[in-house]
Write a protein that binds this ligand. Sequence first.
Ligand code: HEC
Ligand code: HEC
Length: 349
Amino acid sequence: MRIHRKIILCSVGIVGLIMTAISCKKEPAPSTPPPDPGYKLTPYNIVAPAHFPQMHIPEDNKPYVERIELGRMLYYDNILSNDGRACASCHFQSYGFTVPNMVNDMPVLPHVNLAWHGKFMWDGSKTGTLEDVMLFETKEFFATDLEKMNASEKYRDLFKKYYGVDYITHHDIAYALAQFTRSMISKDTKYDRYMSGKEQLTYNEEMGMRIFFSEKGDCFHCHTAMITTDGEMHNTGLDSIYTKEMDKGYFNVTGDPKDLGRFRTPNLRNVALRKNFMHDGRFKTLEEVIDFYDHSVKRVSNVDPIMTKEGKENGLRLTIVEKQQLVAFLNTLTDQTYITDTSFSKPTY
Ligand code: HEC
Ligand code: HEC
């Protein structure tokens, strides 16, 4: 499992007895030094469309062109890991920053509009800002070797220039990675262009959109506009028996039975580029996902009330055409601009 057990157990606090104080110790409180006064950074204006929700940017990590660029270099550099992998080894731009294959029995979560998230991972086991989750990625997941980082003259110079530090820490790396990932905004899907009046949807796409955003499909309650996720944890009735440990979802984080089978709503942008759906990749096509919502929702005690509300006791009961229309709408969420935008690609220098 990719999930870092220690972190989860620490946060649950139920196995405190077997955990040493050291394994729960956090990095010192963030204290980003001001950039070296000798270098003038270029402020970067993160532009999200007006109809997107407000984005929260931590005061101590305001976006700058140079810091975003540094984060991008790190994202594509295998110097961060000890096994030759870079972030981009599993988060491929052409697939919306995920990969078609499963990794550790789960689909790789995409990187898109992450700036609006407060809960991360399928099971919501990481919370906080992008800086917080990036600290986990470099310090725990990759266990970035700081000696190696600091032996690199290139990175020592860049961190000195852009962050004013003499010795690069995990915290500094996390801050730079957060800069880059916060700038990764998908806003040019066909659906976006339709919303801003620049393009029409076909008849089927529009009918699919209506199912998605009405009581008929009820998808929008969790896959909210415009980000297409509410960022919250839900049990959608996938399982009545939790055969695999991972199927227990948020329960593995909180230990509370009411969290059994709850998962963080995934972002549906670029969903048509994915090959495995749900936290364990059990469905291989969007049609299978819709069939599940249509007639396979399990009425477990903590299933989200939306799933079984009045009139939906027997599922959505969509016609074949309506299911096709829903798939047609999901296809309008693919953002070609995003997956080809060279400002998110591997730096060429
Ligand atoms: C070996 C493949 C692999 C590599 C390399 C990798 N990731 Fe991931 N990443 C995953 C998988 C799998 C998930 C889903 C894990 C889960 O939900 O527990 C994920 C999830 C994430 C998430 C959560 C996204 C969300 O929607 O909640 C973030 C953020 C993330 N990765 C950032 C990074 C960064 C930054 C790096 C490099 C430092 C990196 N990843 C390297 C496989 C990888
Ligand atoms: C009660 C909240 C909720 C509602 C309503 C809902 N979803 Fe979901 N959706 C989720 C959650 C949570 C997951 C992840 C479940 C898991 O991984 O086990 C998910 C997963 C998905 C996925 C797979 C995404 C991926 O990356 O694997 C698709 C596609 C999807 N939903 C489409 C829809 C459609 C279409 C509707 C309406 C018919 C809908 N959802 C209604 C919460 C919801």
